[in-house]
Design a protein around this ligand. Structure first.
Ligand SMILES: *Cc1c(COP(=O)(O)O)cnc(C)c1O
Length: 504
């Protein structure tokens, strides 16, 4: 019997095998609790023509609904349940004090359309966070408007487009340079804004080559999008020369700062020559994320691009006891609002709480410990799995199951599935695309040495099991509510909409 037969998932074994019907498939007509039997009939409450009697809404009792969603919540994995080494996602612990601050009634109950005079505290929070981010990353200004990293990339490229249009270079500046170590959202965002994407191969050291950049830039260059450290967890050591080459050609440098956890408080993209950047506050700044939930992806710009930032902008008037804050909408060069209202405001409060509770030195230490933890896991994993770019990494590193697959038939995917059985979230797999059979591991700074050691021992055991009894790994997971899924069909034929059985 291999250790893989011993499930370590969070869910009691008795509940794992029971299928959970959709909420639409449970209940029965008339089952719903009706607290307000005396309420007038629906047609008196809803204007004529707006009621839809035929809507196939499920009729469930309150208890059934509570149990359904509680059971689902027990079948998922969360950072509050266990270690989550998902590379490029920075699944760090989210301190509860951030949520407590966001739940303060003055913030929580504020109406988004409250006049500025009644929202001074909220506007001050937005203003303060924006100023802190600008200082921390060396940019002239940020906008807290975009709701995600990809959303901020889109905003940045719209800004670049507006900037070149204003300079009269809109027709010629058509190309966005994206290295092959970039996140997949980079080329997608550039294409969405109508730019041509030029993909740049990284060199043998996993970095962007200055010679390749000099070759690629020209009169058509609009933006060069870089992630630093890149998705191999490596610092681009020629970044100053690369920025100079792009600028000399008249282009802009964009910094994908989703992984700012590697350098926050220690190095500033503004000082490296970047004109535009984004942050994923839902990664680096400890805001809960995953499952496509709401995030916050502020976009930062250098001085020559401030006028193009989305609206509204929080402006401050007066000093000391007489300060007041207003939302400014009148910005003729702005690309306009990127979303409804004033960003995901509760996340502004969470991020501000995180920044203030750590302080400047604390934030610098966060990234130092993130780098230390990643290197600790890297040198241990190197003992039993290939690590293709074998040098000091930043916040994450990449291992490869290429040799293991050749020897045993066990792939990166199978190792990831086996880790699920042992109570760990899987690392990111098959990304970045340039490393075959890769596993990308990002431990973050919030994990203890004991947690890292336990993960390393488990991972080692999984790889050893792959060598001695590959079938045990190929059969994993056996302890999760859902076992192997058809990954290809899920990607190629996503079926995300429930259709009532009676509907053709
Ligand atoms: C996560 C990530 C993104 C995308 O961020 P979303 O908030 O998921 O849109 C972009 N670039 C890098 C490097 C990332 O790690």
């Amino acid at each position: 019997m291999s250790a893989l037969d011993t499930p370590a998932g969070a869910l009691p074994a008795t509940m794992r095998a029971i299928p959970e019907p959709l909420i639409f498939e449970s209940g029965a007509p008339g089952r719903a609790n009706r607290y307000f039997e005396a309420a007038p009939p629906l047609d008196q409450l809803v204007p004529a023509g707006h009621g839809r009697a035929e809507l196939p809404l499920p009729d469930n009792s309150e208890l059934d609904v509570v149990r359904h969603f509680t059971r689902l919540s027990q079948r998922t994995f969360a950072i509050d349940l266990g270690f989550y080494p998902l590379g490029s996602c920075t699944m760090k612990y989210n301190p509860k004090v951030n949520d407590a601050m966001a739940a303060l009634p003055g913030f929580r109950d504020l109406h988004p359309l409250a006049p500025d005079a009644l929202a001074q505290g909220a506007l001050a929070a937005m203003y303060d966070l924006e100023r802190i981010l600008a200082e921390l990353f060396g940019m002239a200004a940020f906008s807290l408007n975009p709701s995600a990293g990809a959303h901020a990339e889109l905003t940045a490229l719209l800004i670049a487009k507006a900037y070149f249009a204003k300079k009269g270079e809109g027709a010629t500046r058509r190309t966005v340079i994206v290295p092959d170590t970039a996140h997949g959202t980079n080329p997608a965002s550039a294409a969405m804004v109508g730019f041509d994407v030029l993909s740049l191969k990284s060199n043998a050291r996993g970095r962007v080559d200055l010679a390749a950049i000099l070759d690629a830039v020209g009169d058509d260059t609009a933006v060069c999008m870089m992630t630093n450290p890149n998705t191999l967890g490596l610092f681009e050591d020629q970044i100053a020369e690369i920025a100079a080459a792009v600028h000399a050609a008249g282009g802009l440098m964009y910094y994908d700062g989703a992984n700012a956890n590697a350098l926050m408080g220690n190095a500033r993209p503004g000082d490296m020559g970047f004109d535009l950047m984004h942050l994923n506050l839902h990664k680096t700044f400890s805001i809960p994320h995953g499952g496509g939930g709401a995030g916050l992806g502020p976009i930062g710009v250098a001085a020559h691009l401030v006028d193009f930032l989305p609206t509204p902008v929080v402006a401050k008037a007066g000093e000391n006891g007489t300060t007041s804050f207003t939302l400014e909408f009148d910005r003729p060069d702005s690309v306009g609002p990127m979303r409804s209202f004033w960003s995901n405001f509760a996340h502004v409060v969470r991020a501000l709480s995180y920044v203030l509770s750590n302080g400047g030195e604390g934030l610098a230490k966060v990234s130092q410990l993130a780098v230390l933890n990643a290197n600790y896991v890297r040198v241990k994993v190197r003992e039993f799995l290939e690590t293709p770019y074998d040098e000091l990494c930043r916040h994450e590193f990449v291992a490869s199951a290429q040799d293991l697959k050749r020897e045993t038939g066990v792939r990166a995917l199978d190792l990831a599935k086996a880790l699920l059985d042992r109570g760990y979230h899987a690392p990111t797999i098959y990304f970045p695309l340039l490393v075959p059979e890769c596993l990308m591991i990002e431990p973050t700074e919030t994990e203890s040495k004991e947690t890292l050691d336990a993960f390393i021992a488990t991972f080692r055991d999984v790889v050893e099991t792959a060598r001695t009894n590959p079938q045990a790994v190929l059969d994993a997971p056996v302890a999760t509510p859902v076992r192997r899924v058809d990954e290809t069909r899920a990607a190629r034929e996503p079926n995300l909409r429930w259709v009532p059985p009676s509907t053709p």
